[in-house]
Design a protein around this ligand. Sequence first.
Ligand code: BGC
Ligand code: CA
Length: 340
Amino acid sequence: MKKKYILGALACLGGVCLLSCNRRGLGEPEQKYVGVACYNESDAFVGELLTCFKEECEERKLALTIRDAAGSQRTQNDQVRELLEEGCNVLCVNLVDRTDPSEIIDMAREKGVQVIFFNREPVMEDLTQWDNLYYVGADAEQSGVMQGELAAQVVSEKDAMDRNQDGKIQYVILEGEMDHQDAIIRTESVTNTLEECGVVLERLSYGIANWSRVQAQNRMTQIIEQYPTEIELVLSNNDAMALGAVDAYKEKQYLKEEMPIFFGIDGIRPGLNAVKSAELAGTVYNNKEKQAEVMAELAYAIVKGKQSEEIGIESNQYIYIPYEKVTLENVSDFLADKNE
Ligand code: BGC
Ligand code: CA
């Protein structure tokens, strides 16, 4: 089913909410706060997203408590239980295991606390268990398609990508966590898109590097040893791993012209800088500012007592923020507007 993101409904919430009353009634503590459960704060993209979210919450005078599960769903369940016991008024959850939100949903439901999942997308059967559950993120397929289009563009412009002139592009793909919607879907849609654009691909190797720059560097180092000169293109499910791949070539003292062409996704600060210095040929902007703003807007509506029927997201509770293509031509706009 095609899901849509609806921002219009949210845009007007700010004003309306001021008028609504607190459902928890008199006698309850006045302090409203947002409990945030994060899968792993060492994740570069999630770290930047949380920084934006903190700012958005400050602007709305929402108090915030952030817990980091460091990659364990068990730990996260315990942290959510604590946040609920401490009396948080809304939960924002970045699931460790996106296929396993049941315990969190049950606990929240019992306390009547609404949940905004973000970045790690629950499946529809889980999200539709209760009306007061939401997801804020982005459409994974769109990012893969855009990355594919960016790469196809370079292939068509520069004969140079097909270095051995065999009419095929020899490539390596670096993938995020195995069960993550963004890893599975980006990998599939980027290669499909390239093929639809008429590019003949030959996959030499791949690596699962769990979104991590260091893991990607290690894996890429092994792949380079196997294919020292053959790789023409490196497609990465995110910027951090694309940068890890560049690190591997640099460590091995390759010159820029001997390296393949690299593409990432996210537009994290180091990724944008790498596009600016042409180390990455392009990336796809995962709009963390907008995601954070929508999450805060929604959290604000909830702590002001809104229930899902008043919030009215006509999109099966999923809100998707569009991606944008970033290349050398427009990277300065992103560095200036979005990250300063
Ligand atoms: C981002 C990755 C990040 C992951 C974490 C993805 O949307 O592109 O960089 O590591 O989310 O869940
Ligand atoms: Ca070739």
